[in-house]
Design a protein around this ligand. Sequence first.
Ligand code: ZN
Ligand code: ZN
Length: 166
Amino acid sequence: MFYYNCNGYNFITITVIASRQVVILNPEYDKIVERLRDADVRLSHHRLAILRYLCENTVHPTADQIYSSLHESEPTLSKTTVYNNLNTFINAGILRLITIENNETRYDIDVEDHGHFRCDVCGKVYDFPFRIGDEDTEALEGYLIKDRNVYFTGICPGCRKKDPEK
Ligand SMILES: [Zn+2]
Ligand SMILES: [Zn+2]
């Protein structure tokens, strides 16, 4: 069962059916800043603004969404700067690219194993805890696995509430 809470922050709480375990995924901005500092990544004003946005909007935004959301508060920010910074984050190992469908590239600040749930109505992509790697992949012997993804699709609780017919 999925419960989505939206009280100022975007995060997901998953209750396992036996209600044994509740996990909150919430990337920690301060810790990530420390990691970048340790890796000698220059922390410019724009870079930090993009990072904060990614930490506070964990629904896997596209570069365009990041740009248009930040444009008002950061009028000197260009699309190129957004792309350059996202690439810097990827190279530093704190961000990863995900492509779910239609070749739409999204950015994920959570680089640990987890699954994704894409809402068909609002298009948001939510995280849920999932350990990738325990699957039986014997049938793939001889294949070189480069990436593993777990995607669910459906309708999120927020959209179901708006239209209970769904
Ligand atoms: Zn939705
Ligand atoms: Zn994710």
